[in-house]
Design a protein around this ligand. Structure first.
Ligand SMILES: [Zn+2]
Length: 277
C-alpha cells in the first residue's frame, strides 16, 4: 500500500465524508471511466512503460479476445506492459489493465497469461477498485474535501480527476479484500473458459508463484503483499473448474506466445524497480 492510502487511513473520516459516502457508491459508469483515465495518465508517466510494438500488440490481442466474453464487454479495455522485472499485474476502474514484463517472462504458456488477464478483467467487471477506495476512505476524503470547496457538479468532477490521479500512484499496490480476490478468480476462470482457453492455466500459474516465492522472493514482494496465498487460490479455482462442462479443444498455448517469449529475451534489461514514494 502506498503512502497516500496509508495517510488517508490515519486521517480517518470526518462528518463531511460520511455525507458523501453515497456518492462513491453511485459512481456512474462515465465517472468510473473518467477516474480510470486520470489514473492511467499517472501510471503511464510514473511507471516505466514498454513502448508500443510487437510485444504490446500480442498482449493487447490476447486481452481483447477475453474481453469479448466478459460481463462488461461494453467498456473500452486496454492492455499495456510495464517494463519491470517484478511479477505483477493490476487493473484500473474503467478497463486499463497493466501487466509487468516479469510476469510475461515467468509464464510458460498462453493460458497462464490468459488466466491473469481473466482475473484483472474481473476486478474491472465487479468494480472492485471503487469499492476499495471507499473502504479505505480515500474517495470520501478527496471527493468530500473538493466537493465542499467547489460545490455542485463541477466539484464532483474535480473530485473525480483528483481521485484518479491519487489512485494512479497507488493502483499497483492496492490491496483488495480476500472476497474480492476470490470473486476475481472465479469470474476470471469462467471468462477464460468461455473464451476457449484452458482455465487450468490459472492453477499452474498460481503453483508457479508459490514456487518462485522461495527462489525469487524479491520479484514477488508486491504480489504477495496484495494477494492471498496461491495455495488457497489453487484450491478454490480447481474446485470451480471441475464443475465446468467438458469442452473439447480448449487452448493452452500458441506459436505467438513463444514468439513473444523470444522477443522478451532479446529486450535490454528493465530499469531497476522503483518503490512507491
Ligand atoms: Zn487481484
Amino acid at each position: 500500500m502506498g503512502r497516500s492510502l496509508a495517510l488517508c487511513l490515519v486521517l480517518g473520516l470526518g462528518p463531511a465524508s460520511v455525507r458523501l459516502e453515497a456518492q462513491i457508491f453511485s459512481l456512474s459508469e462515465q465517472q468510473e471511466i473518467e477516474l480510470g483515465r486520470e489514473a492511467s495518465k499517472k501510471v503511464e508517466t510514473e511507471m516505466p512503460m514498454l513502448p508500443a510494438g510487437d510485444i504490446t500488440d500480442y498482449v493487447s490481442r490476447l486481452g481483447q479476445s477475453l474481453v469479448r466474453y466478459s460481463h462488461r464487454s461494453n467498456l473500452k479495455y486496454s492492455f499495456k506492459v510495464v517494463n519491470s522485472p517484478e511479477i505483477n499485474a493490476f487493473a484500473l476502474p474503467g478497463g486499463s489493465i497493466y501487466v509487468n514484463r516479469g510476469l510475461l517472462e515467468a509464464a510458460d504458456n498462453e493460458s497462464e497469461v490468459a488466466g491473469v488477464f481473466g482475473h484483472e478483467i474481473s476486478h474491472v467487471v465487479a468494480r472492485h477498485s471503487a469499492d476499495q477506495m471507499k473502504k479505505v476512505g480515500i474517495a470520501n476524503l478527496i471527493l468530500g474535501g473538493l466537493g465542499a470547496a467547489l460545490g455542485g457538479k463541477g466539484g464532483a468532477m474535480a473530485g473525480i480527476t483528483k481521485l484518479g490521479a491519487e489512485l494512479g500512484t497507488n493502483a499497483a499496490f492496492m490491496k483488495f479484500s480476500r472476497d474480492d480476490e476470490r470473486q476475481a478468480d472465479e469470474l476470471g476462470a469462467r471468462n477464460v473458459y468461455d473464451a476457449g482457453y484452458n482455465p487450468e492455466g490459472m492453477v499452474t500459474f498460481f503453483e508457479k508463484l508459490e514456487h518462485l516465492r522461495q527462489s525469487e522472493p524479491r520479484k514477488l514482494e508486491t504480489f504477495f503483499s496484495t494477494h492471498p496465498s496461491p495455495s488457497e487460490r489453487v484450491a478454490n479455482v480447481s474446485h470451480e473448474i471441475r464443475a465446468f462442462p467438458r469442452k473439447e479443444n480448449l487452448k493452452t498455448d500458441s506459436p505467438d506466445f513463444h514468439t513473444l517469449k523470444s522477443r522478451l529475451n532479446k529486450l535490454p534489461k528493465p530499469p531497476a524497480p522503483r518503490q512507491p514514494q
